[in-house]
Design a binder for this molecule. Structure first.
Ligand SMILES: Nc1nc2c(c(=O)[nH]1)N[C@H]1C(S)=C(S)[C@@H](COP(=O)(O)O)O[C@H]1N2
Ligand SMILES: [Mo]
Length: 200
């Protein structure tokens, strides 16, 4: 494998355990929705039920997943709704500079609007052509290939548009606010002024 393929400090393990904090939620299609709220252009809220979301046009990407625990999973094929398409359907206010992606049970991760709108960011419903298994995020997970895996939020339920950056679950607990694996932005103590809001 060409060495430049792997970010610094990463290796490819033989197996790949699902990586997450806390229990795997059960998917109840009749109760599931995906909401967009916060600094929308209209200040109103957008909402998709499961049948509505499942009917949206999809795209496919193949990407590597870099977990901050130093393992990388190569060539994962995901399909789902591009984040940019979702943003087009739920226009943000001009002042919306960041997003908070919320999952079941309160897990969250923050992204700049620019990172969120990268063309390879997807709300994935399928992996390798089959629906996500529960432990990998059924029914919908975010995939952010350019940042460490904790930003690829599984079991997504909401997107909050923010007019100022705010730390998510791991970003508050010692991990880097941005998490670029190519620059090895693992921990918050590595942050430079401007990389993130002050730690509480
Ligand atoms: N809701 C939620 N999403 C999550 C996590 C989590 O704890 N909760 N862990 C993240 C981490 S650290 C990684 S590396 C990836 C792993 O995805 P996988 O289990 O599908 O391989 O999911 C991310 N998404
Ligand atoms: Mo991770």
């Amino acid at each position: 494998m060409p060495e430049h393929r792997l970010p610094p400090g990463q290796h490819v393990p033989r197996g790949w355990p699902a990586v997450h904090y806390g229990p795997v939620p059960r998917f109840r299609p009749e109760r599931w929705d995906l909401r967009v709220y916060g600094m929308t252009a209209s200040l109103g809220e957008y909402r998709w039920t499961w049948p509505e979301f499942a009917a949206l046009p999809t795209a496919e990407i193949t990407a590597d997943l870099h977990c901050v625990t130093r393992v990388t999973l190569l060539d994962v094929c995901w399909s789902g709704v591009p984040a940019s398409a979702l943003v087009a359907m739920a226009p943000p206010a001009d002042s919306a500079s960041h997003v908070m992606v919320w999952a079941e049970y309160g897990y969250s991760a923050n992204l700049s609007m620019a990172d969120f709108l990268a063309p390879d960011v997807l709300f994935a419903t399928h992996r390798g052509g089959v629906p996500l298994t529960p432990e990998h995020g059924r029914p919908v997970r975010l995939v952010v290939p350019r940042l460490y895996g904790w930003k690829s939020v599984k079991w997504v339920r909401a997107i909050e548009y923010l007019d100022a950056d705010r730390r998510g679950f791991w970003e508050e607990r010692g991990y880097h606010n941005r998490g670029d694996p190519w620059n090895e932005q693992r921990y918050s103590y590595q942050e430079r002024p401007g990389d993130g809001p002050p730690l509480g």
